[in-house]
Design a protein around this ligand. Structure first.
Ligand code: CDP
Ligand code: CDP
Length: 219
């Protein structure tokens, strides 16, 4: 039997992965996986349990047994709605700290692969095309200038009523990108077989149309 098709969208922070992946999945009627939210949930759960974010075995135990559910567009941790809480800068930085730990990544692997259900899956993150679904038919590396990404993230947080500072957001996302790209385990890279899509000068609609064209071209 032919494997369930996957579209892998990887890229740096606030490049539009989540927005574009959700829209592409909706247009195709496919499932969608926001893998970053899993790392954010692990960081939040570890912090709440008082586990240091560099305690590999401790954080991996949390990841292996994460009481998280995705329901009606909400993200629940032990039944509590943490959809907004995991978007805080603390959780963003915490996520990129637990993401350097090999045992944590390993613990989240099967959970991510379980999302590969027919008719198809659009998954986004940092290592979707390299580690989670290396056989994805379409691989996109989504990016934009650091300044426009910081500006977009700023607007997004303001709309949610979450206070933010554009300078500290820019610094945070540059540090996080550097940590994600430099780590030895599953670093953020543009794979040779991924198509580069720079949205600095492109709208969400254009980015969505670009990815849908790749899928229809038979990726
Ligand atoms: O998931 P990721 O962190 O990569 O980014 P996102 O949360 O999907 O996108 C960050 C913000 O940028 C969202 O508010 C998008 O609507 C916006 N965006 C944009 O304005 N123009 C684009 N071409 C892509 C995203
Ligand atoms: O929305 P944004 O792009 O800022 O972050 P995210 O996709 O929610 O991911 C948060 C952090 O989780 C990233 O900075 C990475 O360190 C980590 N992550 C990862 O290592 N691998 C993934 N597949 C997804 C996220």
């Amino acid at each position: 039997a032919r494997a369930v098709p996957v579209v892998a969208i990887d890229g740096p922070s606030a490049s539009g992965k989540g927005t574009v992946a959700a829209r592409v999945a909706e247009a195709l009627g496919w499932h969608c996986l926001d893998s970053g939210s899993l790392y954010r949930l692990v960081a939040l759960a570890a912090m709440r349990a008082g586990i240091a974010l560099d305690d590999e075995a401790g954080v991996a135990a949390i990841a292996a047994d994460l009481p998280a559910r995705f329901e009606n567009g909400l993200i629940l941790l032990a039944g509590e709605d943490v959809s907004d809480a995991i978007r805080s800068e603390t959780c963003s930085v915490g996520a990129s700290k637990v993401a350097v730990l090999g045992q944590v990544r390993e613990a989240l692997l099967d959970r991510q692969r379980d999302y590969r259900i027919g008719p198809g899956l659009v998954a986004e993150g940092r290592d979707i095309g390299s580690v989670v679904f290396p056989d994805a038919g379409v691989k996109v590396f989504l990016t934009a200038s650091a300044e426009s990404r910081a500006e977009r993230r700023y607007k997004q947080l303001m709309e949610k009523g979450m206070p933010a500072n554009i300078q500290s957001l820019l610094k945070d996302l540059q540090e996080r990108d550097a940590r994600d790209a430099a780590r030895p385990v599953a670093p953020l890279v543009k794979l040779p077989d991924a198509v580069l899509l720079d949205t600095t000068e492109r709208s969400v609609d254009e980015a969505v149309a670009f990815v849908l064209d790749l899928v229809r071209a038979g990726g």
